[in-house]
Write a protein that binds this ligand. Structure first.
Ligand SMILES: Cc1ncc(COP(=O)(O)O)c(C=O)c1O
Length: 384
Protein backbone atom coordinates (compact mmCIF):
# COMPACT_ATOMS: atom_id res chain seq x y z
CA UNK A 1 0.00 0.00 0.00
CA UNK A 2 1.39 3.40 -0.88
CA UNK A 3 0.12 6.28 1.18
CA UNK A 4 1.20 9.86 0.92
CA UNK A 5 3.56 10.30 3.91
CA UNK A 6 2.90 14.02 3.92
CA UNK A 7 -0.90 13.84 3.93
CA UNK A 8 -0.89 15.16 7.51
CA UNK A 9 0.37 18.49 6.21
CA UNK A 10 -2.97 19.06 4.45
CA UNK A 11 -4.87 18.21 7.64
CA UNK A 12 -2.76 20.62 9.67
CA UNK A 13 -3.21 23.34 7.08
CA UNK A 14 -6.99 22.85 7.16
CA UNK A 15 -6.98 23.08 10.99
CA UNK A 16 -4.96 26.28 10.90
CA UNK A 17 -7.25 27.73 8.25
CA UNK A 18 -10.24 27.11 10.52
CA UNK A 19 -8.57 28.76 13.52
CA UNK A 20 -7.36 31.79 11.56
CA UNK A 21 -3.75 30.70 11.97
CA UNK A 22 -2.58 30.29 8.36
CA UNK A 23 0.49 32.33 7.53
CA UNK A 24 0.93 33.67 4.04
CA UNK A 25 3.87 35.22 2.26
CA UNK A 26 3.00 38.19 0.18
CA UNK A 27 5.11 40.15 -2.27
CA UNK A 28 6.96 43.11 -0.86
CA UNK A 29 6.83 46.46 -2.63
CA UNK A 30 10.20 48.29 -2.60
CA UNK A 31 8.34 51.57 -2.19
CA UNK A 32 5.09 50.59 -0.48
CA UNK A 33 2.24 53.11 -0.40
CA UNK A 34 1.56 52.18 3.23
CA UNK A 35 2.95 53.66 6.45
CA UNK A 36 5.15 51.04 8.09
CA UNK A 37 4.28 50.11 11.67
CA UNK A 38 5.27 46.48 11.25
CA UNK A 39 9.02 46.46 10.69
CA UNK A 40 11.86 46.64 13.19
CA UNK A 41 13.55 49.55 11.46
CA UNK A 42 13.21 51.50 14.69
CA UNK A 43 15.62 54.29 13.84
CA UNK A 44 14.44 54.70 10.24
CA UNK A 45 17.89 53.84 8.86
CA UNK A 46 17.17 51.07 6.38
CA UNK A 47 17.31 53.50 3.44
CA UNK A 48 19.63 56.07 4.98
CA UNK A 49 22.03 57.06 2.16
CA UNK A 50 25.10 56.65 4.37
CA UNK A 51 24.02 53.14 5.38
CA UNK A 52 23.18 52.07 1.82
CA UNK A 53 26.41 53.59 0.43
CA UNK A 54 28.49 51.78 3.06
CA UNK A 55 26.87 48.48 2.10
CA UNK A 56 27.57 49.16 -1.58
CA UNK A 57 31.19 50.10 -0.87
CA UNK A 58 31.68 46.86 1.09
CA UNK A 59 30.08 44.87 -1.74
CA UNK A 60 32.45 46.46 -4.25
CA UNK A 61 35.49 45.78 -2.08
CA UNK A 62 34.69 42.26 -0.87
CA UNK A 63 32.07 40.91 -3.27
CA UNK A 64 28.64 39.53 -2.54
CA UNK A 65 29.46 37.11 0.26
CA UNK A 66 31.87 36.23 3.03
CA UNK A 67 32.86 33.10 1.03
CA UNK A 68 33.01 30.84 4.07
CA UNK A 69 33.40 30.60 7.81
CA UNK A 70 35.77 33.28 9.01
CA UNK A 71 37.86 30.48 10.51
CA UNK A 72 38.34 29.03 7.02
CA UNK A 73 38.51 31.92 4.57
CA UNK A 74 39.75 34.54 7.00
CA UNK A 75 38.28 37.58 8.62
CA UNK A 76 38.22 41.13 7.33
CA UNK A 77 39.43 44.19 9.20
CA UNK A 78 35.90 45.56 8.85
CA UNK A 79 34.39 42.60 10.74
CA UNK A 80 36.80 43.23 13.59
CA UNK A 81 36.20 46.98 13.54
CA UNK A 82 32.43 46.39 13.73
CA UNK A 83 32.97 44.08 16.68
CA UNK A 84 35.05 46.65 18.51
CA UNK A 85 32.66 49.48 17.71
CA UNK A 86 29.61 47.53 18.87
CA UNK A 87 31.35 46.43 22.06
CA UNK A 88 32.53 49.93 22.82
CA UNK A 89 29.03 51.32 22.19
CA UNK A 90 27.33 49.07 24.73
CA UNK A 91 30.27 49.16 27.15
CA UNK A 92 31.47 45.59 26.70
CA UNK A 93 35.08 44.51 26.43
CA UNK A 94 34.80 42.58 23.17
CA UNK A 95 32.40 41.46 20.46
CA UNK A 96 31.90 38.69 17.94
CA UNK A 97 29.49 38.96 15.01
CA UNK A 98 27.36 36.12 13.69
CA UNK A 99 25.27 35.68 10.53
CA UNK A 100 22.09 36.51 12.48
CA UNK A 101 20.83 37.30 15.94
CA UNK A 102 19.30 33.83 15.98
CA UNK A 103 22.73 32.30 15.33
CA UNK A 104 24.31 34.51 18.02
CA UNK A 105 21.82 33.24 20.61
CA UNK A 106 22.23 29.60 19.59
CA UNK A 107 26.00 29.98 19.55
CA UNK A 108 26.49 31.64 22.90
CA UNK A 109 24.08 29.48 24.91
CA UNK A 110 25.33 26.20 23.50
CA UNK A 111 28.96 27.27 23.99
CA UNK A 112 28.47 28.44 27.60
CA UNK A 113 26.14 25.66 28.75
CA UNK A 114 26.01 21.95 28.09
CA UNK A 115 25.36 18.65 29.81
CA UNK A 116 25.88 19.20 33.50
CA UNK A 117 24.79 22.85 33.53
CA UNK A 118 21.50 24.57 34.25
CA UNK A 119 19.87 27.14 31.98
CA UNK A 120 17.13 29.28 33.50
CA UNK A 121 15.06 31.11 30.91
CA UNK A 122 12.13 33.55 31.16
CA UNK A 123 8.87 32.16 29.77
CA UNK A 124 8.76 35.15 27.41
CA UNK A 125 12.25 34.68 25.97
CA UNK A 126 12.53 34.86 22.19
CA UNK A 127 12.20 31.68 20.13
CA UNK A 128 15.92 31.73 19.38
CA UNK A 129 16.69 31.52 23.12
CA UNK A 130 14.09 28.76 23.49
CA UNK A 131 15.80 26.80 20.71
CA UNK A 132 19.19 27.56 22.24
CA UNK A 133 18.01 25.96 25.50
CA UNK A 134 16.88 22.86 23.63
CA UNK A 135 20.14 22.57 21.71
CA UNK A 136 22.33 23.15 24.74
CA UNK A 137 21.60 19.73 26.32
CA UNK A 138 21.64 21.48 29.67
CA UNK A 139 18.86 21.04 32.19
CA UNK A 140 16.40 23.82 31.43
CA UNK A 141 14.16 25.61 33.92
CA UNK A 142 11.56 27.95 32.42
CA UNK A 143 10.51 30.59 34.94
CA UNK A 144 7.35 32.69 34.93
CA UNK A 145 7.63 35.94 33.03
CA UNK A 146 9.80 38.52 34.88
CA UNK A 147 9.70 36.41 38.06
CA UNK A 148 13.04 37.05 39.78
CA UNK A 149 12.13 34.96 42.84
CA UNK A 150 11.51 31.96 40.59
CA UNK A 151 14.94 32.47 39.02
CA UNK A 152 16.50 32.64 42.50
CA UNK A 153 14.75 29.41 43.51
CA UNK A 154 15.87 27.60 40.36
CA UNK A 155 19.47 28.69 40.94
CA UNK A 156 19.47 27.97 44.68
CA UNK A 157 18.19 24.41 44.33
CA UNK A 158 20.47 23.39 41.48
CA UNK A 159 22.93 20.57 41.67
CA UNK A 160 24.86 21.71 38.59
CA UNK A 161 28.01 23.72 39.04
CA UNK A 162 27.48 26.08 36.10
CA UNK A 163 24.34 28.05 35.31
CA UNK A 164 23.10 30.64 32.81
CA UNK A 165 20.13 32.95 33.22
CA UNK A 166 18.56 33.98 29.90
CA UNK A 167 16.25 36.88 29.21
CA UNK A 168 15.30 39.37 26.52
CA UNK A 169 15.96 42.95 27.69
CA UNK A 170 12.84 44.14 25.86
CA UNK A 171 10.36 41.32 25.25
CA UNK A 172 9.47 41.15 21.59
CA UNK A 173 5.72 40.47 21.78
CA UNK A 174 4.75 42.66 24.77
CA UNK A 175 7.49 45.30 24.60
CA UNK A 176 7.95 45.16 28.40
CA UNK A 177 11.35 45.26 30.12
CA UNK A 178 13.24 42.59 32.02
CA UNK A 179 14.10 43.38 35.66
CA UNK A 180 17.80 43.32 34.80
CA UNK A 181 19.24 44.77 38.02
CA UNK A 182 17.39 42.22 40.19
CA UNK A 183 18.18 39.36 37.82
CA UNK A 184 21.85 40.27 37.88
CA UNK A 185 21.91 40.43 41.70
CA UNK A 186 20.37 36.97 41.89
CA UNK A 187 22.59 35.54 39.16
CA UNK A 188 25.72 36.93 40.79
CA UNK A 189 24.69 35.71 44.24
CA UNK A 190 24.34 32.18 42.86
CA UNK A 191 27.42 32.27 40.62
CA UNK A 192 25.48 32.26 37.35
CA UNK A 193 26.07 34.19 34.12
CA UNK A 194 23.31 36.53 32.92
CA UNK A 195 22.73 36.45 29.15
CA UNK A 196 20.65 39.37 27.91
CA UNK A 197 19.20 39.54 24.39
CA UNK A 198 19.21 43.24 23.47
CA UNK A 199 17.53 42.72 20.07
CA UNK A 200 14.83 45.29 20.91
CA UNK A 201 16.83 47.28 23.47
CA UNK A 202 19.75 48.37 21.31
CA UNK A 203 19.06 51.73 19.66
CA UNK A 204 15.98 52.28 21.81
CA UNK A 205 16.80 52.09 25.55
CA UNK A 206 19.75 53.62 27.36
CA UNK A 207 21.72 56.81 26.68
CA UNK A 208 21.80 57.31 22.91
CA UNK A 209 20.42 53.81 22.36
CA UNK A 210 23.19 51.92 24.20
CA UNK A 211 20.67 49.38 25.42
CA UNK A 212 19.00 48.36 28.67
CA UNK A 213 22.12 46.67 30.08
CA UNK A 214 23.96 49.99 29.82
CA UNK A 215 20.97 51.89 31.23
CA UNK A 216 20.88 49.50 34.21
CA UNK A 217 24.56 50.14 34.97
CA UNK A 218 25.63 46.61 34.07
CA UNK A 219 27.82 47.48 31.08
CA UNK A 220 31.14 45.70 31.28
CA UNK A 221 30.12 43.41 34.18
CA UNK A 222 32.22 40.26 33.72
CA UNK A 223 29.24 37.98 34.39
CA UNK A 224 26.90 39.64 31.87
CA UNK A 225 26.78 38.59 28.22
CA UNK A 226 24.83 40.66 25.71
CA UNK A 227 23.44 39.33 22.46
CA UNK A 228 22.13 41.64 19.77
CA UNK A 229 20.78 41.63 16.28
CA UNK A 230 21.90 44.00 13.54
CA UNK A 231 18.51 43.62 11.88
CA UNK A 232 16.43 46.04 13.93
CA UNK A 233 17.85 49.42 15.00
CA UNK A 234 20.97 48.84 12.91
CA UNK A 235 18.84 48.31 9.81
CA UNK A 236 20.70 45.42 8.19
CA UNK A 237 21.21 41.73 8.97
CA UNK A 238 23.42 39.80 11.38
CA UNK A 239 23.93 39.28 15.09
CA UNK A 240 26.52 39.85 17.78
CA UNK A 241 27.66 38.66 21.17
CA UNK A 242 29.14 41.47 23.28
CA UNK A 243 30.97 40.35 26.41
CA UNK A 244 34.39 39.85 27.97
CA UNK A 245 37.40 39.03 25.78
CA UNK A 246 37.62 35.49 27.14
CA UNK A 247 33.99 34.85 26.20
CA UNK A 248 34.79 36.01 22.66
CA UNK A 249 37.84 33.73 22.53
CA UNK A 250 35.77 30.79 23.80
CA UNK A 251 33.05 31.39 21.20
CA UNK A 252 35.60 31.34 18.39
CA UNK A 253 36.70 27.91 19.64
CA UNK A 254 33.35 26.50 20.63
CA UNK A 255 30.27 28.25 19.16
CA UNK A 256 29.04 25.96 16.41
CA UNK A 257 27.02 28.72 14.74
CA UNK A 258 30.24 30.70 14.43
CA UNK A 259 32.51 27.85 13.40
CA UNK A 260 30.20 26.08 10.94
CA UNK A 261 28.32 29.07 9.53
CA UNK A 262 29.38 31.41 6.76
CA UNK A 263 30.68 34.69 8.13
CA UNK A 264 28.51 37.79 8.22
CA UNK A 265 28.19 39.22 4.67
CA UNK A 266 30.55 42.17 4.11
CA UNK A 267 27.67 44.37 2.90
CA UNK A 268 25.92 43.83 6.24
CA UNK A 269 29.13 44.67 8.09
CA UNK A 270 29.45 47.93 6.14
CA UNK A 271 25.79 48.82 6.69
CA UNK A 272 25.90 48.07 10.42
CA UNK A 273 29.03 50.18 10.93
CA UNK A 274 27.40 53.09 9.11
CA UNK A 275 24.13 52.73 11.04
CA UNK A 276 26.04 52.76 14.32
CA UNK A 277 27.94 55.86 13.14
CA UNK A 278 24.64 57.63 12.40
CA UNK A 279 23.23 56.64 15.79
CA UNK A 280 26.34 57.95 17.59
CA UNK A 281 26.08 61.23 15.70
CA UNK A 282 22.31 61.54 16.16
CA UNK A 283 21.59 59.97 19.56
CA UNK A 284 18.24 61.79 19.67
CA UNK A 285 16.92 59.12 17.27
CA UNK A 286 16.67 56.74 20.25
CA UNK A 287 14.54 59.22 22.24
CA UNK A 288 12.34 59.85 19.22
CA UNK A 289 11.47 56.15 18.92
CA UNK A 290 10.09 56.14 22.46
CA UNK A 291 8.20 59.40 21.88
CA UNK A 292 6.58 57.99 18.74
CA UNK A 293 5.73 54.75 20.58
CA UNK A 294 3.92 56.86 23.19
CA UNK A 295 2.01 58.63 20.37
CA UNK A 296 0.95 55.27 18.91
CA UNK A 297 -0.15 53.99 22.32
CA UNK A 298 -2.32 57.06 22.87
CA UNK A 299 -3.92 56.61 19.45
CA UNK A 300 -4.61 52.92 20.12
CA UNK A 301 -5.77 53.64 23.67
CA UNK A 302 -3.32 51.21 25.29
CA UNK A 303 -0.70 51.84 28.01
CA UNK A 304 2.38 53.82 26.94
CA UNK A 305 5.15 51.26 26.42
CA UNK A 306 8.74 51.36 27.65
CA UNK A 307 10.05 50.36 24.23
CA UNK A 308 9.28 50.69 20.53
CA UNK A 309 6.80 47.81 20.68
CA UNK A 310 3.14 48.73 21.15
CA UNK A 311 0.96 45.63 21.61
CA UNK A 312 -2.76 46.08 20.97
CA UNK A 313 -4.30 42.87 22.29
CA UNK A 314 -7.58 41.90 20.62
CA UNK A 315 -7.71 38.29 21.84
CA UNK A 316 -9.14 36.38 18.90
CA UNK A 317 -6.74 35.36 16.10
CA UNK A 318 -9.19 35.94 13.27
CA UNK A 319 -10.34 39.32 14.56
CA UNK A 320 -6.69 40.38 14.86
CA UNK A 321 -5.80 39.14 11.41
CA UNK A 322 -8.76 40.86 9.80
CA UNK A 323 -8.02 44.10 11.64
CA UNK A 324 -4.44 43.96 10.35
CA UNK A 325 -5.71 43.40 6.79
CA UNK A 326 -8.08 46.34 7.13
CA UNK A 327 -5.27 48.59 8.37
CA UNK A 328 -3.19 47.60 5.36
CA UNK A 329 -6.05 48.20 2.93
CA UNK A 330 -6.34 51.68 4.41
CA UNK A 331 -2.64 52.47 4.14
CA UNK A 332 -1.14 51.42 7.48
CA UNK A 333 0.95 48.26 7.70
CA UNK A 334 0.82 46.71 11.19
CA UNK A 335 2.14 43.46 12.61
CA UNK A 336 -0.25 40.71 13.65
CA UNK A 337 0.94 38.22 16.27
CA UNK A 338 -1.10 35.05 16.79
CA UNK A 339 -0.34 31.71 18.46
CA UNK A 340 2.21 30.16 18.59
CA UNK A 341 4.03 33.52 18.63
CA UNK A 342 1.87 34.61 21.59
CA UNK A 343 -0.27 32.63 24.08
CA UNK A 344 -3.74 31.46 23.06
CA UNK A 345 -6.38 34.19 23.46
CA UNK A 346 -3.86 37.06 23.28
CA UNK A 347 -3.70 37.60 19.52
CA UNK A 348 -2.86 41.16 18.80
CA UNK A 349 -1.86 43.92 16.48
CA UNK A 350 1.76 44.72 17.13
CA UNK A 351 2.71 48.27 16.24
CA UNK A 352 6.36 49.23 16.13
CA UNK A 353 7.41 52.85 16.38
CA UNK A 354 10.01 54.45 14.12
CA UNK A 355 12.07 57.54 14.89
CA UNK A 356 11.14 59.02 11.50
CA UNK A 357 7.33 58.88 11.73
CA UNK A 358 6.08 62.33 10.73
CA UNK A 359 3.20 64.41 12.01
CA UNK A 360 1.35 63.65 8.76
CA UNK A 361 1.97 59.91 9.25
CA UNK A 362 0.56 60.12 12.76
CA UNK A 363 -2.56 61.89 11.51
CA UNK A 364 -3.27 59.09 9.01
CA UNK A 365 -2.46 56.42 11.60
CA UNK A 366 -4.81 58.12 14.07
CA UNK A 367 -7.72 58.08 11.67
CA UNK A 368 -7.21 54.50 10.46
CA UNK A 369 -6.42 52.87 13.80
CA UNK A 370 -9.23 54.57 15.68
CA UNK A 371 -11.81 53.28 13.23
CA UNK A 372 -10.36 49.79 12.73
CA UNK A 373 -9.87 49.23 16.46
CA UNK A 374 -13.36 50.43 17.35
CA UNK A 375 -14.79 47.86 14.94
CA UNK A 376 -12.45 45.05 16.05
CA UNK A 377 -13.09 45.71 19.74
CA UNK A 378 -16.83 45.72 19.03
CA UNK A 379 -16.54 42.30 17.38
CA UNK A 380 -14.60 41.01 20.38
CA UNK A 381 -17.37 42.09 22.75
CA UNK A 382 -20.05 40.52 20.56
CA UNK A 383 -18.19 37.20 20.28
CA UNK A 384 -17.26 37.14 24.01
C1 LIG B 1 14.39 39.13 20.88
C2 LIG B 1 14.96 38.63 19.58
N1 LIG B 1 16.10 37.93 19.59
C3 LIG B 1 16.64 37.46 18.47
C4 LIG B 1 16.05 37.67 17.25
C5 LIG B 1 16.68 37.08 16.04
O1 LIG B 1 17.44 38.04 15.38
P1 LIG B 1 17.75 37.88 13.82
O2 LIG B 1 16.53 38.30 13.09
O3 LIG B 1 18.92 38.77 13.58
O4 LIG B 1 18.09 36.44 13.59
C6 LIG B 1 14.86 38.40 17.18
C7 LIG B 1 14.12 38.69 15.95
O5 LIG B 1 14.41 38.68 14.87
C8 LIG B 1 14.29 38.90 18.38
O6 LIG B 1 13.15 39.59 18.36
Amino acid sequence: MTTDPLIWLDERAADRELSGLRRRLRPRDPHPPTIDLASNDYLGLVRHPEVVEAAVAALRRWGAGATGSRLVTGTTAEHELLERELAEFVGAEAGLVFASGYAANLGVVTALAGRGSLVVSDAGSHASLVDACRLSRARVAITAHRDVDAVARALATRTEERALVLTDSVFSADGDLAPLAALHRVARHHGAVLVVDEAHGLGVRGAGGRGLVHETGLAGAPDVVITATLSKSLATQGGAVLAGARVRAHLIDAARTFIFDTGLAPAAVGAARAALRVLRREPERADRVLARAADLARIADVPVPESAVVPVILGDARVSYEAALECRARGVEVGCFRPPSVPEGTSRLRLTARADLSVDDLAVIGQVLTEVLARARGRETVSA
